[in-house]
Ligand binder design. Structure first.
Ligand code: NDP
Ligand code: HSE
Length: 444
């Protein structure tokens, strides 16, 4: 029995997927039963993958409605027509495998509701952290745990840029331009450098970890454009590295809604001894804290043709394995096939997400001020009046005739910290506040 795949997209991920499916030797024996039935692309150009030309089409709708196709693999990217094609495939009773975090983070509700009604699987291992198995472990291997927190470096482009800024002492714009020249960053880097790609991914991971749907606009998101070489140097001197972290955790500041979550993406100062501090270059890593397992860390290539295809093909095999053992024999009373509850999406409620002002964290803040008596005293008094406790104050030296002062706070409420900062900004001795960054909380 062969399982027929309709592959939508033959770019970076689609080609990698086809290469694995066409070369099953020394891989799982079930691969021999997977056949690429049809392939959908945008343009009729020559392809380097040895596929019969007659199976390649620009009519993607004809693939998702083809009665012979069992599994639709969506790797075209973007929101449309990807979303409509996925929904159409589901309506035709086809299982779906996708790498499209943008579609899932925005339309997961619609897609999984449709999939559950149709009795089909939508699997997405490749959508978060490319080749790193993290979706399946969250759904299956760690399912006995109460997940308390997950934290990760889930965007390779920004990690590459920050790692190079750290190594070379260069500024953001120069490294971004070079990364674009080398093909590590997209011509339009917005989704990566502004944290949007990481926000899509942490929304998906939190939904799985905490068993509730996440409204993407409620995910706090701050990118890395404002990080300077100066901040990286000062962070280094103070024993930290700066990483773009995606964080999701149970919100311990909540007094009434104990299920409230924090879900956020922002640059973070991490102690050099932290397990994520040495994840450099394009690599991704995710740290999961569960009860009773403790901390588990996943590390590996977060993108690329082969790594991402590895995740896609694992999902195809998962579905083929279920089909092979005759899942269709077991149905609900209305005839809809029963889905494996560990693989299918079973939650429908939306999570309550804590507003960022209520976050309790440490801060790093850099001031440029007149080098005159009383400035540091004023900072201390103003922070103190807003309940902001200072961990350290360092006057680094002079920059453009102004004193450069770096303050690190203890864990403080973000709302209180912002109020103090707004007041400090009005003080005539303060010339500017070039950087405000979060420091990993002492509890994280
Ligand atoms: P590419 O741009 O390399 O490939 C896209 C493919 O889809 C191309 O074959 C293109 O056709 C086809 N395509 C795009 N739009 C249409 C359309 N409207 N109609 C028909 N065909 C279309 O993308 P990637 O392979 O890099 O990414 C695919 C997905 O995988 C995205 O969702 C991405 O976020 C995700 N992903 C990618 C990773 C990576 O490392 N690249 C890592 C993890 C996830 P044609 O060849 O004719 O241009
Ligand atoms: N743009 C993403 C990154 C690719 O830089 O990590 C994988 O999702």
């Amino acid at each position: 029995m062969a399982f027929k795949v309709g592959l939508l997209g033959l770019g970076t991920v689609g080609s990698g997927t086809a290469e694995i499916l066409l070369n099953p030797t020394q891989r799982h024996p079930l691969l021999r039963e997977i056949e690429i039935h049809r392939v959908g692309v945008r343009s009729a150009k020559p392809r380097s993958i040895p596929l019969p030309p007659e199976i390649i089409t620009t009519d993607l709708e004809s693939i998702v409605t083809d009665p012979a196709v069992d599994i639709v693999v969506e790797v075209i990217g973007g929101l449309e027509p990807a979303r409509s094609l996925i929904l159409k495939a589901i309506a035709q009773g086809k299982h779906v495998v996708t790498a499209n975090k943008a579609v899932i983070a925005r339309f997961g509700d619609e897609i999984f509701t449709a999939a559950n009604q149709a009795g089909v699987y939508v699997l997405l291992e490749a959508a978060v952290a490319g080749g790193i198995p993290v979706i399946e472990p969250l759904k299956q291997s760690l399912c006995a745990n109460r997940i308390e927190a997950l934290m990760g470096i889930v965007n390779g482009t920004t990690n590459y840029i920050l790692s190079r800024m750290q190594m070379e002492g260069s500024d953001f714009d120069a490294v971004l331009a070079d990364a674009q020249k080398l093909g590590y960053a997209e011509a339009d880097p917005t989704a990566d450098v502004d944290g949007l790609d990481a926000a899509d991914k942490i929304a998906i991971l939190s939904s799985l970890a905490f068993g509730s749907r996440i409204k993407l606009p409620e995910v706090y998101c701050e990118g890395i454009r404002k990080i300077t070489a100066a901040d990286i140097t000062y962070a280094d001197r103070l024993g930290f590295v700066i990483k773009l972290l995606a964080i999701a955790k149970r919100d311990k500041t909540a007094t009434t809604d104990l299920d409230r979550l924090q879900v956020r993406v922002h640059p973070t100062l991490l102690p050099k001894s932290h397990p994520l501090a040495n994840v450099n270059g394009v690599f991704n890593a995710i740290l999961i804290q569960g009860q009773p397992v403790g901390q588990v860390m996943f590390f590996g290539p977060g993108a690329g043709s082969g790594p991402t295809a590895s995740a896609i093909v694992a999902d195809i095999l998962n579905i083929a394995a279920i089909l092979k053992v005759g899942r269709d024999a077991v149905t609900h009373a209305d005839g809809t096939p029963l889905l494996d509850p560990l693989l299918a999406c079973s939650h429908q409620e939306y999570a309550t997400i804590a507003p960022i002002e209520e976050l309790s964290t440490r801060f790093y803040v850099r001031f440029l001020a007149n080098d005159s008596p009383g400035v540091i005293g004023y900072l201390g008094t103003c922070f103190g009046e807003h309940n902001v406790s200072i961990e350290s104050v360092v006057q680094i030296g002079l920059r453009d005739q102004l004193a450069e002062i770096v303050v690190i706070t203890h864990d403080v409420r973000e709302g209180d910290f912002r109020q103090a900062l707004a007041e400090i900004a009005t003080f005539e001795a303060i010339s500017s506040i070039p950087s405000v960054l979060r420091v990993l909380s002492s509890e994280e």
